[in-house]
Design a protein around this ligand. Structure first.
Ligand code: ADP
Length: 574
C-alpha cells in the first residue's frame, strides 16, 4: 500500500460511517411517516365505526317517539279539549302517555300557542298556561306539517328535542298542536361516560350536544347578524351567548379545536341538518408512532451490538487462528533450522572423519617408508662410533640427536595411524585405565607425576573397541603430562563414575590449562600450541572422533590451575 491509499483509509471509514448513519436516519424518518400514516388509517377506521355507532344511537333516540305526537293528536279527548275547551282529565291522560313512553313532556297548545294541557302539570315548573307560539315546531305544526326543533327549554331551561304535530277538527282544519319534548340527557350522559369526545353541531354550526361542557352551545362558524336575530326570536338557546369556538377544519380529517389537534370522523343527520363529530386527539398517534420508533431504535441498537460482538468474536477467532499459524510456522522454521544445523554438523564431521582417515593412511605409509632409513642411519652412526671412538658432543652425537627427533615424529605418526581392528567387547573400566596408564608409565615416572585414580565401586562394563578407547586415554594422559612439565604440583587425577545412562571418565591435571580455548577449537585437526616437532595437533581431533564413534561426547573445561577432559559414554550401547 502506498502513502496516498494509506491516507485515504480514515476518509473512507468516515464516509462509511456517514453513509451508514444517513441510511439509519433515513430509515427512521421513513418508518416514522409510514407508521404515522398506518396508525392514522387505523385510527380513522376506528373513528368511522365509533361515529357510526353514536350516530345510530342518536337517530334512534330522536326517532323513537317521532310518531307519538301524531297519535296523540288523533285522541278525541285532545280534539274535544281544543274544540270545547274541556280539558277535564286530559292532563292526567298526557302524564300517563309521557310516563309510558318515557318522554320528558307531552303537551297540547291551542291555535295561538297557549298550553292548555301538559303531562308535567303537577310539577312545580310546568308548561300549563305558557305560550310557545314562537317556536318553529308550533308554527310548522299549525301549517299542517310535523315540526321538529332542538332548543333549550323556555320554561325548564333544560335542552331537548321538540316534535310537534297538528290537531285538526272534524273538517280537517288545524285547531291546535300536540308537542313532545325528548330530553336526550341520558344519551349524552352515556356518551360522556364512554370517555370519547363527541360533538353534534346544527345547521348553523352551533354545538348542540358535546361530551365537554366547554364546547356546548358554542359556534363553530361565525354567525351572521340575521342568524343571530332569528335564533333569538326562536329563543332556541335561551340566554346562551353562543361564543365562537376555535374550530379549524384541516386536510385529511384533521381538526383543530381550542388549540388541540384532533382526528375526526363525522356523520350527517340529514333531516335535521345536524352533524355528529367523533374526535380523537392526534397526540395519541404521535405517541404510538414514537413508541414504534423507540422500539425500532432498540431493535437496531441490539442488532448493532450483536453485529459488533459477532464481528469482534470473528476477528478474535481469525486473530487467534493467525497467531496459531504463526506459532506453527515459527516452530517449523525452528525445526528446519535445527535440522539444517544437524546436517551441517554431520557434514563437517564427515569431512573431518574422512580427513582423519586419509591422514591415518598417510601417517602409516610415511612411518613405514621412514622406518628403514632411520634404523640404517642409526646403524651407520654406531659403526662410525666403533671405528673412530666416542667423542662426546661430536658430529656423531649431534646426528644421533637428529635421528632421535625423527624417530619421535614417526612414533607420533605411528600412534595416529593405528586403527586396529573394529572388534568390540565388554570393557572393564579399570582394565582400560590401567592399560592406558601402563603405556605412559615411563613418562609419568620420568616427570615425577603422582597418579590419583578414583573408580566407583560398581562401574558397569561398556561395549566398545578397547584399543581405540585406550588410544583416547593415552592421548589425554600425554597432553596432561606435557601441560604439567613446568608445574609445581604434578598430579594426574582419573575419576570414573556412572549413572543410569552414562559412564563418565574425567582426566584432571594441574598444568598450564586451556587458556579459555573451547573443545571445538582444541579438537580442530592440526591445532596445537606445542613447539614444532613436539605436537601435530591431531591428538584431540582423533580422540574426539573415537569417542563419537562410541556415541559418546568429549568435553573440556579449565580450572583455576589445570584442565579437565571428560569422556562421556552411553551405557549398554556399542
Ligand atoms: P598436540 O598435543 O599434538 O598439540 P592435541 O590435539 O592433542 O595436539 O592437543 C591440542 C592442543 O590442546 C595442545 O597443543 C595443547 O595446547 C592443548 N591441550 C591439550 N590437552 C591439554 C591439557 N591437558 N592442558 C593444557 N593444554 C592442553
Amino acid at each position: 500500500m502506498n502513502k496516498n491509499t494509506e491516507a485515504l483509509g480514515p476518509i473512507k471509514n468516515l464516509a462509511y460511517i456517514i453513509t451508514i448513519t444517513g441510511l439509519i436516519l433515513g430509515g427512521f424518518i421513513a418508518l416514522f411517516f409510514a407508521s404515522l400514516s398506518v396508525f392514522k388509517a387505523v385510527e380513522l377506521e376506528r373513528a368511522e365505526g365509533r361515529a357510526q355507532l353514536y350516530h345510530s344511537t342518536l337517530v334512534s333516540a330522536l326517532e323513537r317517539l317521532e310518531h307519538l305526537p301524531f297519535i296523540v293528536a288523533q285522541d278525541p279527548a285532545v280534539v274535544r279539549a281544543l274544540e270545547q275547551k274541556d280539558v277535564a282529565g286530559l292532563n292526567q291522560r298526557l302524564e300517563d302517555f309521557a310516563n309510558r313512553s318515557k318522554a320528558e313532556a307531552i303537551y297540547v297548545m291551542d291555535a295561538n300557542g297557549w298550553t292548555i294541557a301538559a303531562s308535567n302539570y303537577a310539577k312545580e315548573i310546568n308548561f300549563l298556561g305558557k305560550n310557545y307560539g314562537f317556536r318553529p315546531y308550533f308554527k310548522d305544526a299549525m301549517a299542517g306539517k310535523r315540526g321538529e326543533f332542538f332548543a333549550i327549554g323556555a320554561t325548564t331551561f333544560t335542552p331537548g328535542f321538540f316534535i310537534g304535530d297538528t290537531v285538526r277538527d272534524s273538517t280537517g282544519k288545524p285547531i291546535g298542536v300536540v308537542a313532545l319534548k325528548i330530553a336526550l340527557s341520558e344519551l349524552t350522559g352515556a356518551w360522556a361516560a364512554s370517555g370519547d369526545d363527541i360533538l353534534v353541531t346544527n345547521k348553523d354550526g352551533i354545538v348542540v350536544f358535546a361530551t365537554s361542557d366547554e364546547w356546548r352551545y358554542r359556534a363553530t362558524t361565525e354567525l351572521s347578524e340575521s342568524q343571530r336575530i332569528q335564533i333569538q326570536n326562536m329563543q332556541q338557546f335561551g340566554k346562551q351567548e353562543l361564543q365562537p369556538i376555535d374550530w379549524l377544519l384541516g386536510q385529511d380529517n384533521e381538526v383543530q379545536l381550542d388549540g388541540t389537534n384532533y382526528l375526526y370522523a363525522n356523520k350527517q343527520l340529514e333531516r335535521r341538518g345536524w352533524t355528529l363529530w367523533y374526535i380523537n386527539p392526534a397526540s395519541s398517534l404521535f405517541e404510538r408512532t414514537w413508541f414504534v420508533i423507540i422500539l425500532a431504535a432498540i431493535v437496531v441498537a441490539i442488532m448493532g451490538i450483536a453485529f459488533v460482538t459477532f464481528r469482534s468474536n470473528q476477528l478474535q477467532r481469525a486473530l487467534k487462528a493467525s497467531h496459531d499459524d504463526r506459532l506453527k510456522l515459527v516452530a517449523e522454521i525452528e525445526e528446519r533450522k535445527a535440522t539444517q544445523r544437524r546436517l551441517e554438523q554431520t557434514r563437517s564431521e564427515l569431512a573431518r572423519t574422512s580427513k582423519l582417515a586419509a591422514l591415518g593412511q598417510l601417517a602409516a605409509s610415511v612411518t613405514h617408508e621412514l622406518g628403514q632409513p632411520i634404523s640404517a642411519m642409526r646403524n651407520y652412526l654406531a659403526a662410525e662410533e666403533i671405528s673412530s671412538g666416542h667423542k662426546p658432543g661430536g658430529l656423531v652425537d649431534q646426528l644421533r640427536g637428529l635421528v632421535q627427533r625423527m624417530e619421535n615424529i614417526t612414533k607420533e605418526l605411528k600412534f595416529f595411524s593405528v586403527r586396529g581392528d573394529n572388534t568390540t567387547e565388554d570393557i572393564v573400566i579399570r582394565d582400560l585405565v590401567d592399560g592406558a596408564i601402563g603405556l605412559v608409565k615411563h613418562d609419568l615416572v620420568q616427570q615425577n607425576i603422582k597418579i590419583d585414580i578414583h573408580l566407583a565401586t560398581t562401574l558397569p562394563t561398556i561395549k566398545g573397541n578397547k584399543q581405540r578407547l585406550e588410544q583416547v586415554l593415552v592421548n589425554l594422559f600425554r597432553n596432561a603430562i606435557s601441560a604439567m612439565r613446568e608445574s609445581d604440583k604434578k598430579q594426574l587425577e582419573i575419576t570414573a563414575t556412572a549413572d543410569q545412562e552414562h559412564l563418565t571418565i574425567a582426566v584432571r591435571d594441574w598444568g598450564h590449562g586451556l587458556a579459555g580455548q573451547s573443545i571445538e577449537q582444541l579438537q580442530e585437526p592440526f591445532h596445537t600450541n606445542k613447539p614444532s616437532g613436539e605436537g601435530m595437533g591431531l591428538g584431540l581431533a582423533i580422540s574426539a572422533a573415537i569417542v563419537r564413534e562410541h556415541q559418546g561426547l568429549l568435553s573440556a573445561s579449565d580450572y583455576e590451575i589445570g584442565a579437565q577432559f571428560i569422556i562421556q559414554l552411553p551405557i549398554g550401547e556399542e
